[in-house]
Design a protein around this ligand. Structure first.
Ligand SMILES: Nc1ncnc2c1ncn2[C@@H]1O[C@H](COP(=O)(O)OP(=O)(O)OP(=O)(O)O)[C@@H](O)[C@H]1O
Ligand SMILES: CC(C)(CO)[C@@H](O)C(=O)[O-]
Length: 290
């Protein structure tokens, strides 16, 4: 029984996947995705407190079922907690919100109740919760690693192997045109056959030329091959191309993300804003440069 309020707070960033392949395995630690994405400066900020009657998860002020986060809580503590998540990324739209919410909760619980976990143990807990709930397969590893993470082999540490596309910081401009449930896509065998074959080729091609431009090009090819994009998503991607930028669909969301290899930033934002509200995030550099 807790006699005083213990509190912890943590932030976890969003992660946009450009292309991926799912690798099945009976062990959730080994099951997961390979592929490549970007980690952004928007994410989920979580405060946890103890000394409450029932476990409650509040997402942006509203009580939420938040099964993935609930699984993390159940793995880590055997008393009720209050979890308050505040999101600066859209939920259910390809920004890895379920993983960011669960990861920030795990860090905050570890802090509030001195659970003595290492980062790898925290990532493992969240990875298992994501896989069991079908809400993500590799977002948490990406979020933990940062920059432009390449998931070279599936699963959490020590199974999953991560690498990065070396890149300076850059802006990514996003529009959300609707929601797409990760669980429903991952459980469709016809879609997943196409996804896995396209994702495998994209990863091989990226590893032979690991640059931002190639990542964006391969992500767009993957989007075209998988057929998950609506007409509006495709129109927005093409419009960015015509404005001199690079764009693709955020997996798995009805979301377009775009960036520029040259001076086309303003034109990209202008053209995207004709489709919806544009939000700009920053991808942090994985190296220092003068
Ligand atoms: N702590 C949390 N914060 C936000 N959402 C959460 C949290 N825990 C669980 N969720 C749930 O995750 C679901 C969204 O997950 P889903 O996998 O569909 O999309 P996403 O994680 O936002 O994007 P992606 O397609 O990149 O995985 C929502 O139903 C939301 O309630
Ligand atoms: C499955 C997925 C594309 C969407 O959540 C992502 O988690 C990933 O890349 O594993």
């Amino acid at each position: 029984m807790l006699t005083e309020i213990s509190a912890g707070r943590a932030f976890a960033p969003g992660h946009i996947t450009g292309f991926f392949e799912i690798h099945d395995d009976p062990d959730p630690r080994r099951k997961g995705s390979t592929g490549c994405g970007i980690v952004i400066n928007g994410g989920i900020d979580t405060v946890v407190t103890g000394y409450t009657e029932n476990t409650e998860i509040i997402l942006d002020g509203i009580p939420a079922r938040a099964e993935t986060t609930r699984s993390v809580i159940e793995q880590l503590v055997d008393f009720p907690v209050r979890v308050e998540c505040t999101s600066s990324i859209p939920v259910g739209c390809g920004f890895g919100a379920s993983a960011a919410g669960a990861l920030s909760t795990a860090y905050a619980l570890n802090d509030a109740f001195s659970l003595g976990m290492t980062s790898n143990q925290i990532v493992e807990t969240v990875h298992i919760a994501e896989v069991i709930n079908g809400s993500g397969m590799g977002d948490v590893e990406g979020q933990y690693f940062g920059g432009m993470p390449i998931r070279r082999s599936p699963g959490c540490p020590p199974h999953g192997v991560l690498d990065r596309v070396p890149t300076p910081s850059f802006n990514v401009h996003c529009i959300v045109l609707g929601e797409l449930s990760t669980g429903s896509v991952l459980s469709d065998p016809v879609i997943m056959k196409e996804v896995n074959s396209a994702g495998r080729s994209a990863l091989l091609a990226l590893l032979s030329r690991p640059t931002v431009e190639n990542f964006m090009h391969l992500s767009k090819q993957f989007t075209l091959k998988c057929g998950l994009a609506s007409d509006r998503v495709m129109d927005a991607i093409e419009a960015v191309d015509s404005a001199g930028g690079m764009a693709s669909q955020a997996m798995l969301g009805e979301t377009v993300f775009a960036c520029s290899a040259n001076d086309a930033e303003e034109d990209i934002v202008e053209v995207l804003s004709t489709f919806g509200k544009v939000t700009t995030y920053r991808v942090t550099s994985s190296y220092q440069h003068p």
